[in-house]
Structures are given as structure tokens and as C-alpha cells.
Design a binder for this molecule. Sequence first.
Ligand SMILES: Cc1cc2nc3c(=O)[nH]c(=O)nc-3n(C[C@H](O)[C@H](O)[C@H](O)COP(=O)(O)OP(=O)(O)OC[C@H]3O[C@@H](n4cnc5c(N)ncnc54)[C@H](O)[C@@H]3O)c2cc1C
Length: 428
Amino acid sequence: MKSSGRRYFLSAGLALGAGWITRPAFADILPRSSGRRVVIVGGGWGGLTAARHLRELAPELEIVLVERNAAFRSLPLSNKWLVGLDRERGLATYADTARSLGCTLISADATAVDRDRRRVITTQGAIDYDWLVLAVGIRYDYTPWFGDDRRAILEARQKYPAGFVADELDQLKQKIADFKGGDFVMTIPPSPYRCPPAPYERAVMIAWMFKQRGIKARLIVVDPGPGMQAFNRVFADRYEDQIVHLTHAAVKSVDPFKKTITTEFDALSFDDGILMPSQQAADLIWQAGLVERGADGAASGWGAVDPVRLHAIDDDRVFLIGDLVGKVSSLFGHYPKSGHLANQLGRIVAREIAGRAQGKLPEPQLPQSVCHVFTDVAPMERVRIDASFRIRGDGVISQTVRQHFDPQPRGEDVEWAESMYADFLKKP
Ligand SMILES: Cc1cc2nc3c(=O)[nH]c(=O)nc-3n(C[C@H](O)[C@H](O)[C@H](O)COP(=O)(O)OP(=O)(O)OC[C@H]3O[C@@H](n4cnc5c(N)ncnc54)[C@H](O)[C@@H]3O)c2cc1C
């Protein structure tokens, strides 16, 4: 499939003025080798897995990883760490990880993709590719609250970080530890968003911590939906004095300076909090022109992908994996936006690219997802959510979800996480 049109978009941060141009002149960072090259942008759960499995399946390919951060940090299990119930797990520098995975690391921000020329533009220079894997995760969308008011966006992001990306975790931990009492607000994002049970699990952990420390605080959970059954029961029965759960309460406006929120039914003020806005595919997907659009041309916010082969809808040299992936089924919409699923998509894409490099299209494979969630802390209670997928006779992907309640967890979450890290963070 040939990509069409001019697709080279310079981000405002890189260019003197944002705009479409046709002839970029960025120096190559890497000399073209004799072999074929796969560039992977984003060294999270999806990108690192793709690198690891490609190295094994297609040792003849050159693999280049572009990642802006110096070290991998894990969001899974971070809620326990936030409130001091576990140490941080899975931390690894990209320099060590790239060495052990056998790929070249470019520590840079990828700012654009020139799909016509098959080049990724980074803050260090340009890199040619034969195949490109975009695994850049999510970005926040504050526009429903603030429009283009940059001051308000900055204030919300800096003072009340959502904590859905790893570089906000330290600030979040400090904020929770420093809270002395009053109203602490949490806005649950509208669906779809990364790891749907995560904010509820975080709410339970924070409420438990307030209770344990005897802090006079209310945790106000502002929820656009009905909540999650397993948590609704715990919020109401065990944290009656700590958690106020406002369901079907879509946020209408937020003033991060005056610290107020309005919903259709309530106006509330808060002392501190975690403001979680809507989510979308990360910037690069927009810049590369890979966002899915409805019949009316409106952008859904997520990557337009072939649901089975995982290449971009109009470009089979570019693959999209992880949380940025858009709708894959008319039955259930999005795959669960989980690390486990990103890992599975990374494996599938490695097979797809290795197969193409070796001249054959592999048998289609679908992912599965496992998620361990704590619904309470004292006593510890866990729910395991398994999702599996199959292609129906009419070609549509269907989903089966099973939940298993476990009143006596024995470290299954840690076991799961360590097995994941062993898969994509091989120690040097
Ligand atoms: C609190 C919390 C708890 C969670 N718990 C679980 C759990 O228990 N189990 C589970 O399966 N999932 C869990 N998740 C979800 C999981 O973290 C995500 O689904 C997973 O990280 C998605 O992987 P990804 O590869 O799509 O994106 P990410 O892991 O976010 O990786 C994206 C990478 O791309 C890099 N990047 C982005 N843009 C650029 C660019 N332009 N140039 C260079 N680099 C770039 C980023 O720095 C980042 O390293 C949780 C999430 C949260 C927030």
C-alpha cells in the first residue's frame, strides 16, 4: 500500500512555525546499513516487547529504538508503591535494556514521521526505516475542560497531575504523602482510557492511607460513569467515611486556580487532587496523520489500525501497538488498554514484521489480556480480569471477559509483573 499526500508535519516545538512542508532537510543520525531496518518509537510495554521478539525472530534485521526517557518505569503495580505498600519494580535504564535486547538506542524525542520517504525525524536527526513500529502510548486531552487556555492546562498538569504516565509518579507520591486533610478530588476520565480499574484501585489505596494515618480527609471521586461493581461495594461498605463517589457526574468545567469543579448536578471545591482528563493517542500519531476518523471526518483521537495485522489503515510499512490503538471491533470497540495487552501486541507485530522480512505473511494471531486489581488493602483483596478474543465467522473480533475474585492474594500480581519484565526487560 502506498501512502498518499504530504504527511510531513513539523511540531511547533521543533519548527519556527508549525506547518506542512515537503522537503525536510534533517541530517541522518545512522548510516544506512546493508540490512533492513525496523525503527521502534516508544520503549514502553509494547515497544520493548516488539524489540525483544523481533531480535529473536529476525536476527538479520537492524532494530533501532527511539525513546525520550532515560529509564523505563512501570505503571502496573505503581498504586501499591504510591502508598508505601511495595517497592518500585521493573525500573531499568534504556541504555542497559537496549544493550541486552541487541538494538541501537536513540535517546531522543521523535517529532515527526515522513511516511513518503520512510523517515522518522527526531530531536537528534533523521532515521530511515523499512518498517516502523509506533508504540508511543497516550497523551492527555484537556481541551474539553479548558479549550486552548494554555495557562489552565499548565496549572492542571503541573499542580494536579493525572498520573497515567510514569514521569508523574514521584510528584503524585509526594502529594499524597504531604496531604494534611480536607477534600482530595479525583476525576475519573471518560472512556476509553488506560487501564480502567487503575483510578479506582488508586482511590482505595489513598482512602486506606488517609484512614490509617487518621487524616481528616474526604476523597471525592467524580465519575462520568456508573463506577465498577467490585469497587462500588467497597467504597460504600468499607470507606463510607473516606470516599464520596459521585457517579454519572461528567465534569462540565474545572478551575484549577480557584480549585473548583462543576458537573451537571454538583459544584464542588477541593483542597488538592488528581485531575484526570480525557486521553488520546500520543502526539506522534497525530503528526503522522494516523488518527482514525468517522464518516463525518471527526477524529476519534486514537490510531487507525488494521485490527488483525496491526499495520496503519493506509500504510502497511507502519505498525501501531499498545494503548494508542483505536477501535478494533464493532462489538466491543477498543482492546483493553493494558500493559499485558501492549506486550501481546508487541509479540504479534514482531511476527508480522519478521514474516514480511522473510517473504511470508504469518497466520493471524489475536492477543489476550490479564489484569490484577486490588479492590481493598486491609484485608488485601484482588480481582483477576482475563479477556480473550477470537475472529468470528464474519471477520469481526469478539471478546470474552472473566473475572475471578480472590480474598487471599499471595503475590500473584508481583509474579505476573516479574514474568512480564523477564520478557521485555532482559537483564544485561
Ligand atoms: C496506575 C496504573 C496502573 C496500571 N496497572 C496495570 C496493570 O496492573 N496491568 C496492566 O496490564 N496494565 C496496567 N496499566 C496500563 C499500562 O501501564 C499501559 O497499558 C502500558 O504502559 C501501555 O504500554 P504502551 O507501550 O502502549 O505505552 P507506554 O508504556 O506508555 O510507553 C510509551 C513510551 O513511548 C515513549 N514516547 C512517547 N512519545 C515519544 C516520542 N515522540 N519520542 C520518543 N519516545 C516517545 C514514552 O516515553 C514511553 O516510554 C496501568 C496504568 C496505570 C496508569
